[in-house]
Design a protein around this ligand. Structure first.
Ligand code: SAH
Ligand code: SF4
Ligand code: F3S
Length: 473
């Protein structure tokens, strides 16, 4: 899953600014009498979960607000992926102390991965927290809120093997009315040694394929033009229908692609060990399935990949990249996640990561310094022995190399024309629109008479490492 916050990424400056902040709920027009404020941290799956939470609580007479001072319920939907992700939430809670002291009837709940990881410890450590709710317990929120209103602290961190919230229609938060996320599965069964997600999200389970297609269809009928199918490892999506036929990820992608040729389909995240040729052929077959694959490598060194328990090595990974380019062409957008300074990483291992970057020339990347997470296999069995200054230096080298490649890849787009889906205004000027092309590249161009949700053919005239700039033709 491409992380949206806390990543040292190479987005254009406009987006970086926006994405380093948590997402805040908007003012919902509704007859509901109670106000709910939600702040969401972490990955897109967490953002999608906040939309499910808003939907569940609407039944309880809550409408979302962007103004924290209006809310009687404040929820922080949290991320535990790295130490700094948790630190951000702790700092936020500290800021809320005077607020809560002034308004005793305001209730504060912690949702998401940090809630699941820390459980009741959070109540002990952060006195202003009233409620701790793990990612599979959101249906229980109305009961938990009642408990809190009765003057108790409330906790539910039960992880489910079945819960997919398939029947809940999310309330779109921070929506541009053009692009939306659809969770297609939950949890993760991989055991990457550095990763906390299997412990915070539980076992992998796939959502009913028909409910996914219905959600995509409803979105399209409401005017949305793009959906992103979300899962920690979408390639292992597998759902058995009543007639016992199995829907694979490639099948699901095809089903969603058939909703309408005017509905763009994206997906995230693909796992190098699981992405199949069938998925690549489906992308090729449908113009509306975007030519873009987020394929986290984590390291370019086979020795490190083994310690990370990624279950592929450098050669396998390169084989998948070659196959993507054979089937989908050199233009297919490819992005990475990399971790700098994992346990025992030597200078040679690091050079292998840089050489993998040179080989692939990714369009884009999300790069992180290794952060040991308590109770993960790496924390139990390996030593976090790369000094912080070495991690930071290696990370800076990876980011610098990626930035060169992003610029190089973007320069190849100059002089070409792309179909761009308009998602909003450029943050710098209301006279410029901003959208994405098929390869997931941000394109900015003069507004003229175009509007949100239009598909516009844009000739690219110049670029930076983060943005393509052009004009409609
Ligand atoms: N399911 C996705 C990853 C989800 S977490 C996948 O397998 O690719 C998003 C990214 O955070 C990971 O790809 C990894 O690069 C990074 N990450 C996860 N745990 C980390 C840790 N302990 N320290 C630093 N980065 C980490
Ligand atoms: Fe974490 Fe690995 Fe699962 Fe991704 S595939 S969520 S990195 S355990
Ligand atoms: Fe996502 Fe962070 Fe949880 S990356 S799955 S919110 S630990």
């Amino acid at each position: 899953m491409a992380l949206v916050t806390n990543s040292l990424n190479i987005l254009n400056e406009e987006d970086k600014e926006a994405l380093d902040l948590p997402r805040i709920s908007e003012d919902e027009k509704s007859s509901a009498t109670r106000k709910l404020y939600i702040e969401s941290y972490g990955c897109q799956m967490n953002f999608a979960d906040s939309e499910i939470v808003a939907s569940i609580l609407r039944e309880n007479d809550f409408a979302t607000t962007s103004k924290i001072e209006e809310a009687e319920l404040i929820l922080l939907n949290t991320c535990a992926i790295r130490e700094n992700a948790e630190q951000k939430v702790r700092n936020r809670l500290q800021h809320l102390v005077p607020f809560k002291n002034k308004r005793k009837n305001v209730k504060i709940g912690i949702l998401g991965c940090m809630a699941e990881r820390l459980k009741t410890k959070l109540l002990e450590e952060e006195k202003i927290v009233d409620m701790v709710v793990g990612p599979d317990s959101y249906r229980d929120l109305p009961n938990l809120i009642s408990e809190v209103e009765d003057g108790h602290k409330a906790v539910n961190v039960f992880l489910s093997r079945e819960e997919t919230y398939a029947d809940i229609t999310p309330i779109r938060l921070n929506s541009n009315g053009v692009t939306a996320m659809i969770s297609i599965m939950r949890g993760c069964d991989n055991m990457c040694s550095f990763c906390v997600v299997p412990y915070t999200r539980g076992r992998e389970r796939s959502r009913d394929a028909h409910s996914i297609v219905k959600e995509a269809t409803d979105l399209f009928n409401q005017g949305y033009k793009e959906v992103t199918l979300l899962g920690q490892n979408v390639d292992s999506y597998k759902w058995k229908s009543v007639d016992n036929s199995i829907v694979s990820f490639a099948n699901l992608l095809e089903m969603v692609a058939q909703v309408s040729p005017d509905l763009r389909v994206r997906f995230s995240t693909s796992h190098p060990k699981d992405i199949t040729d069938d998925v690549l052929y489906t992308i090729k077959k449908y113009d509306n399935v975007c030519n873009y694959i987020h394929l986290p490598a984590q390291s370019g060194s086979s020795r490190i990949l083994e310690l990370m328990n990624r279950t592929y090595d450098r050669e396998w990974y390169i084989g998948r990249i070659n196959r993507i380019r054979e089937v989908l062409g050199q233009e297919c957008g490819i992005s990475q996640d990399m971790i700098a300074g994992f346990c025992t990483e030597t200078e040679e291992d690091h050079q292998e990561t840089l050489s993998l970057l040179d080989y692939v020339k990714y369009d884009y990347g999300y790069m992180f310094s290794y952060s040991e997470r308590p109770n993960t296999p790496a924390a139990k069995k390996l030593t976090d022995d790369v000094p912080e200054d070495v991690k930071s230096r290696r990370l800076a080298e990876i980011i610098a190399r990626q930035r060169e490649h992003s610029l190089e890849r973007n320069q190849l787009c100059v002089g070409k024309t792309y179909k761009v889906l308009v998602e909003g205004f450029s943050k710098r000027s209301k006279e410029q629109l901003s959208g994405k092309n098929d390869q997931n590249k941000i394109v900015v161009f003069p507004k003229e008479n175009f509007k949100l949700g239009d598909y516009v053919n844009v000739l690219i005239t110049e670029c930076s490492s983060g943005t393509l700039i052009g004009k409609a033709i």
